[in-house]
Design a protein around this ligand. Sequence first.
Ligand code: SF4
Length: 455
Amino acid sequence: MSPYNQDEMLADNDTSGGNTSGIQSSFGAVESSRPAAPRGALDLPVLRERGQREVFCGLTSIVWLHRKIQDAFFLVVGSRTCAHLIQSAAGVMIFAEPRFATAIIEEKDLAGLADLDVELDRVVGQLLERRPDIRLLFLVGSCPSEVVKLDLTRAAARLSDTCKPGVRVLNYSGSGIETTFTQGEDACLVSLVPGMPATAESDPPSLIVVGALPDIVEDQFKRLFEDLGIGPVRFFPGRRASQMPPVGARTYVLLAQPYLGDTLRALEARKAVHLRAPFPFGAAGTTAWLAAAARVFGVDAARFSQVTDRGAERARRAIAPHRETLQGKSIFFFPDSQIEIPLARFVYEELEMQLTEIGSPYLNRQVLEDELRRLPPDVVLSEGQDVERQLDRCKALRPDLTVCGLGLANPLEAKGLLTKWSIELLFSPVHGYDQAGDVAELFARPIRRRDALKV
Ligand code: SF4
């Protein structure tokens, strides 16, 4: 059974100028044992809250970005708190040569006793001398640099001029005043977009997969796109600073992460076309995500199922034992990473869990429309946070599993509620067919552990 109206999907996503020959209404059909309302949770009112929130700041995304872009360096311009945050989040060994550091704004800088621009130039000079492998340097703003109004855009332009052609210097903000932790990646990618070359008119249509993916997942998707005959396909960000995909009117964009709304807007401003799709979590999500690209590249239904059926079946088999543990269990999502809604869809459709409240720091309808369509119409959607009120709702509901940030996990466990750290779902490979069983296991593990302790 298809959980969404395929014909409607085809019509909405047909950006190929009508070149959809060979595409049938059964194409990319995704099975789900859950009943689907025609518009799912699309029309549900959203509970919007503005109050105290418990989320990490955008600096956290450096943890996965520095692993992805292997010749980039992230220099946080911030305080000792910022340095502690990324050092402990990344868990870097003392002997490693990490690709991030913090230029600490000292008291004398805050008191105006030092010229911050001169200090920054000095620190960057030392860094580049010591690390000649750096090709791309990000100056990452923080709460302290924003409070003292340090103009990092001007500093990046000045330093780029000094360091060219060997090193490009860009800047973005990871400040907790404005961003939640995954938005750090969004801001980082936005800063890269102006440096992407333009496509030529004679270039064939191309696909950009947007969002930092672990290399192993990127390679799996690369193979699937190749087998489907879709190409050229490029991944953004690339593994090297010089790997900047060209962008233009015949570039299709498939988001791999739901928190990249600003990057999507920046690419659309360069005339790229967004392919609406659910996100590639689980068997059904991955199939629907690949189908969105297959449609515009004219892949026929037979080839699509020949390439994807085996992976989808493998994923379903890997998920099955975890569904036995999780079926019928209730789950509550606190807002943290912005991947809450796609994950909720996955646990609802493929693990048959019962959704209570799904909180997200921001709810971007353009990006999440196909996810919302597949959710049940009786779920509670909330955006933003007033943490005390949300804790009250969670405690009243007493879900079997609560997905939340690190700061809330211990207090909730103390109240007898089982928790799963949402950050684990960001730090682990979770996309695609071959990771579907691992994602399901991340949800099942706390319940199994509790059951084992009971025995
Ligand atoms: S950027 Fe702000 S929220 Fe993040 S660690 Fe630094 S001071 Fe804390």
